[in-house]
Design a protein around this ligand. Structure first.
Ligand code: CS2
Length: 491
């Protein structure tokens, strides 16, 4: 089977959407750090749709850790398939907006030259929560992070996103080129402000002048990004190859839903995102909070409890009426009341979410979502819990999500088999679980000492501690499914 590439596009069957612009006329305007599946299902698709009208906004993707995306897509001239799936079938389209891929480790000099080039007006990021090298509880740069320590010592050879951004901004400043706009596309609260705080602090540690430059002249608009993108499997590759009649080494599988809300602050200019379905607004904060608390908060809860109950995929968990009820009530009774979203029908948003989680064609592993819990819990569950505690309101279901994370990070499942816990704090989590001998109170007390996750206030809060410990005991004694069943029956 021939490989997908510029020269084989003409072989695509009718009905497979493909770029309607002259690819040879597309020039780079965006450098995107973190060229993983999420970016390719989201921002790259929006950009693909506007290149016919604005061909100077091509994307150069950067892989920060592994060069696997570059290896897969370079022989394909950057083209790849996005396969949109639901119960009614699979719709494939070819995306061409990524015109080159740079491996940051092997090609750092080339990357920094590119990021300093005047044509690059946006540097966007999908580097996941841990890529910000911050303290998730406070949102401040973690100055002791080994990669940050490295980048401060080797400013011309940075390995982190903040290090690369500051090195490029420094070059631009030296050569008299206006700064690019930094566009965070990660699931962090106020992701623009968070990125700004971290990058500015890093710059300030380099020099006072750079710190002032970043604070005064670089824009960091916030965005709310949303599309569910499970990791691609070999079975997915096979399915896509069959549908497009060409070999695609790395197609992306996703859902029909997509949403992008962007703050309109781009002093260096921006593509006409509003022409391709993005919402440009003045303040993204409320949208981000809604998404993190309703979608991601329930996603993580479903992932930990679902994994413990033996479910591999989210859609499988959603076949259990007890789990659906738990999530419905977590959203409606505990998370929604903490939001202030005039003009948005939150009940409709919730119902849409429940339907998205149930999409039987998406094989979204609970294990995938369970990853990096230490970085995700604060903005997904703990902020909501804080607001509820401050208002004297119950937190039963939210606390069950936290307890399920605690049970999960012990690294041993309900059948006694090992769980592969992927988390930057995995070693610390495991040591705490081992020394607590998996005894609920000791485990909870031990994990609550991790200030980067729980801050100083939550471990002191008796209501929170008791709610979490009670659920944790039940998870150990009765298992996840029975704990969920008991909670939904008692309410
Ligand atoms: C998920 C998100 O993996 C996870 O933690 O909760 O990636 C989620 O699928 C996206 O935020 C949806 O927009």
């Amino acid at each position: 089977m021939p490989r997908l590439s510029q020269s084989t596009l003409r072989l695509l069957p009718a009905g497979i959407d493909q770029p309607h612009y002259d690819r040879s006329g597309v020039t780079p305007g965006i450098v995107h750090l973190g060229i993983g599946a999420f970016h390719r299902a989201h921002m790259a698709v929006y950009v693909d749709r506007l290149l016919a009208a604005a061909p100077d906004w091509g994307i150069v993707g950067v892989s920060l850790r592994r060069p696997d995306t570059k290896v897969a897509l370079t022989p394909q001239d950057g083209y790849y398939t996005v396969a949109v799936r639901d119960a009614s079938g699979t719709q494939c389209g070819i995306i061409g907006s990524i015109i080159a891929i740079v491996d940051a480790n092997a090609e750092r000099g080339r990357l920094l030259r590119l990021m300093a080039a005047p044509a690059i007006r946006i540097v966007s990021l999908t580097v996941t929560e841990k890529g910000y090298c911050h303290d998730p509880a406070t949102g401040q740069l973690d100055e002791h992070h080994p990669d940050i320590v490295h980048d401060l010592a080797h400013p011309d050879d940075p390995v982190t996103a903040p290090g690369l951004i500051v090195a490029a901004l420094e070059r631009r400043l030296a050569q008299g080129t206006a700064p690019f706009t930094v566009l965070s596309c990660d699931n962090l609260p106020n992701n623009g402000a968070t990125a700004a705080r971290i990058v500015a602090r890093f710059a300030e540690l380099r020099s006072a002048e750079l710190g002032t430059h970043v604070r005064q002249h670089v824009a960091f608009p916030s965005t709310m990004v949303d599309r569910i993108v499970p990791a691609t499997t070999d079975a997915d590759r096979q399915l896509v190859d069959d549908l497009i009649g060409l070999e695609d080494a790395w197609p992306i599988m996703t859902e029909p839903f997509t949403q992008w809300v962007i703050e309109d602050r781009f002093p260096a200019g921006r593509p006409p995102f509003e022409t391709v379905g993005a919402q440009l607004v003045e303040d993204v904060g409320p949208f981000e909070k809604m998404k993190l608390r309703l979608l991601n908060g329930s996603h993580s809860t479903l992932a930990y409890l679902g994994y413990l109950a033996g479910h591999e995929y989210v859609s499988e968990v959603m076949q259990s009426p007890d789990f659906v009820r738990l999530i419905h009530d977590l959203i409606t009774l505990e998370a929604m009341p903490t939001l202030d979203m005039p003009g948005v029908d939150l009940g409709h948003y919730r119902d849409e979410l429940l339907a998205r989680f149930s999409n039987p064609a998406l094989k979204h592993r609970t294990w995938q979502i369970a990853m990096d819990g230490s970085q995700k819990l604060p903005q997904r569950l703990l902020g909501t819990i804080r607001d509820r505690l401050a208002a004297g309101q119950p937190i039963d279901r939210l606390a069950l999500g936290v307890a399920a994370w605690m049970r999960y990070v012990t690294g041993i499942d309900e059948q006694g088999a090992a769980i592969e816990v992927r988390d930057p704090l995995a070693g610390r989590l495991r040591a705490i679980a081992d020394s607590a001998h998996r005894e609920p109170i000791r485990l909870a007390v031990g994990l609550l000492t991790i200030g980067e996750i729980f801050g100083r206030d939550l471990p002191q809060n008796e209501v929170f501690r008791e709610a979490v410990t009670g659920h944790l005991r039940s998870l150990f004694d009765h298992g996840s499914a029975a704990t969920v069943a008991a909670l939904v029956r008692s309410s």
